[in-house]
Design a protein around this ligand. Sequence first.
Ligand code: HEM
Ligand SMILES: [Ca+2]
Ligand SMILES: [Ca+2]
Length: 290
Amino acid sequence: QLSPTFYDTSCTRALATIKSGVMAAVSSDPRMGASLLRLHFHDCFVQGCDASVLLSGMEQNALPNNGSLRGFGVIDSIKTQIEAICAQTVSCADILTVAARDSVVALGGPSWTVPLGRRDSIDANEAAANSDLPGPTSSRSDLELAFSNKGLLTVDMVALSGAHTIGQAQCGTFKDRIYNETNIDTTFATSLRANCPRSGGDGSLANLDTTTANTFDNAYYTNLVSQKGLLHSDQVLFNNDTTDNTVRNFASNPAAFSSAFTTAMIKMGNIAPKTGTQGQIRLSCSRVNS
Ligand code: HEM
Ligand SMILES: [Ca+2]
Ligand SMILES: [Ca+2]
């Protein structure tokens, strides 16, 4: 049973320390806010929000993670600061969950209260990372299944995909879409081709939100309505199908998006937490205690 007041007596400065660490990291590199939010998602979808993704090797080598996850150093350095004030008290899983919230806030998005008390795993699961994380070529029903497997509804899936209002993706993840798909704005596709050639250049970056890459707003959905979703898995949410109305609602009503996003983030943060005597409080987020 998680609780927002979990560290109120055991580590009064925990939340403020995480916030200032995230603020500093995001002000020197705005994309870091996106990277920390994604790191939390990739943690929670693989054996729950237990910091398994932070352990060196293992899950980090899985296809959706390798060469694309960022932010490990930021979490490690916040953990070092927190260990100095409250020894072996605050879990890496909680630090990452709060850092994801603070990242959204740092980029202008909504805030919410984070339930706390997660403990850290003593293992990680590369195979589960490969099977449970959806990929950029997923269909709408693939996405719905991946999220329902974690207890999340279709509306949660559409709202959480709005995280693609910030951050970047590598050419290899959207190449097929910009050369071969027809439900894409022509000018948008043409401009992306300049930095993402048919052959090679797989690592070059494009903004997931072509309008406001460093602002957490609802522009992701207005982009989808104008066929400017970057990933195939983005545009499937608005493609004459069952999720079109939700996308239209979030595009025209920022408050509806904020409310659905914060609700869904709390649900995602509550996936299979380790509590009580399960797992451990790691001393260093990148390795289990010896
Ligand atoms: C719906 C299924 C999803 C798919 C298929 C998906 C896929 C992807 C892919 C392929 C990238 C680019 C990675 C790269 O090229 O290095 C990406 C980036 C990103 N994703 Fe997702 N994603 C999904 C859902 C989510 C969710 C639920 C969140 C968070 C709540 C999220 C947050 C992000 C962020 C913030 C970035 C940019 C990261 C950065 O710039 O470092 N995504 N996603
Ligand atoms: Ca995990
Ligand atoms: Ca944006």
